[in-house]
Design a protein around this ligand. Structure first.
Ligand SMILES: C[S@@+](CC[C@H](N)C(=O)[O-])C[C@H]1O[C@@H](n2cnc3c(N)ncnc32)[C@H](O)[C@@H]1O
Ligand code: SF4
Length: 316
């Protein structure tokens, strides 16, 4: 997540903490396969040690995610620790349900959380709640966004494009822009976790959704809001590849359960995606990690063809 504009060549260092596998939603395409089972103890000591050992080493932000971090009993204690250790900012990836309670939103906002990255997957309650499997989750997410915006915080929404919502992306985008969000991100499904289990129910073919994604991008641009795309191979976007989020500008060190990944971006590129024959001729070869492995497992390579130099003019 981009918290500030970087001058050419600058790399921002950020810590990233997967706080829990648990969630109060149960999204049909959840990459984590988050669950609602019995309460899981946060490895508090491991989290504190990770934060302490990296303090004062130039990390400009801490990115918190899960599962759903806001339901973790030690959530505030962890935010306090981050503040106490002098990390400048926190970004929180959340379904925003708990933020619908204004008292809770105020408590979070007072603890250096400057950017709220909120998932909105439907244009209305019916569509969003179908995706999350929780009735009422849409109304809470919308109220959560309103609350944190009223507290002067930045909101970036994330919409995962699935079979259920791709024809309504412009409506979703209009909805969140009417709430005054600062940045709209649109993600291709990473078909891991629950998304792999439910692959055919939720995962559309990339070429099928691209026209809708382009329309949605145009809509955001026309309203002067920042827009980024995530998880799409550059060749399916063609001239819209310039909207891909630039992970070269940010370096993440990730704590996931007991594992520390020193370079999360490298891990995502090398372990979750694959390049194939069409990639060899592609001018974006070195900038595009390729296609998610699980996507290829079911749909194969037929949709992909190399990007040419001519197509890249004005599309750096
Ligand atoms: C796993 S969620 C955890 C944070 C929080 N519970 C939420 O849903 O926003 C982290 C981010 O991944 C996105 N996400 C979930 N499943 C995904 C998938 N299969 N592919 C791509 N992004 C996904 C969510 O929309 C969210 O922005
Ligand atoms: S995507 Fe987020 S809200 Fe949905 S089940 Fe996964 S962790 Fe929970």
């Amino acid at each position: 997540m981009i918290l500030r504009k970087l001058k050419g060549g600058d790399v921002m260092k950020s810590l990233s903490i997967h706080l829990t596998d648990q969630c109060n939603n149960s999204c049909k395409f959840c990459v984590v396969d988050s669950h609602q089972g019995k309460p899981e103890r946060v490895a508090r000591n491991i989290i504190f040690k990770f934060l302490e050992s990296n303090a004062g080493k130039g990390y400009e932000s801490v990115n918190i995610h899960g599962g759903e971090s806001t339901i973790v009993p030690e959530f505030f204690e962890i935010l306090d620790k981050i503040k106490e250790l002098g990390y400048p900012t926190v970004s929180l990836q959340t379904n925003a349900r708990k933020l619908s309670d204004m008292d809770f939103a105020k408590e979070v906002a007072s603890r250096n959380v400057d950017l709220f990255i909120v998932s909105v997957h439907g244009k209305d309650a019916e569509m969003h709640d179908y995706c999350t499997s929780i009735q009422g989750s849409f109304d809470e997410a919308i109220q959560g966004i309103k609350n944190v915006k009223s507290l002067g915080k930045k909101v970036r929404t994330n919409t995962v494009v699935c079979k259920q919502n791709y024809n309504y992306l412009v409506d979703i985008i209009d909805l969140v822009m009417d709430l005054g969000v600062d940045h709209v991100n649109i993600s291709a499904i990473h078909p891991a976790g629950k998304a792999f289990k439910n692959f055919h129910e939720v995962t559309p073919r990339l070429t099928e959704i691209v026209p809708a994604v382009k329309n949605a991008v145009d809509r955001v641009v026309s309203r002067g809001v920042v827009v980024t795309l995530e998880g799409f191979p550059a060749c399916v976007l063609r001239d819209y590849a310039k909207y891909m989020i630039n992970w070269d500008e940010i370096h993440f060190k990730l704590l996931f359960h007991k594992i520390i990944l020193k370079d999360y971006n490298e891990y995502m590129e090398n372990e979750t995606r694959k390049q194939g024959a069409p990639c060899q001729e592609c001018v974006r070869k070195n900038k595009c990690g390729g296609v998610y492995k699980e996507y290829l497992h079911y749909y194969g390579w037929s949709e992909f063809s190399p990007l040419t130099e001519a197509e890249l003019i004005g599309n750096k």
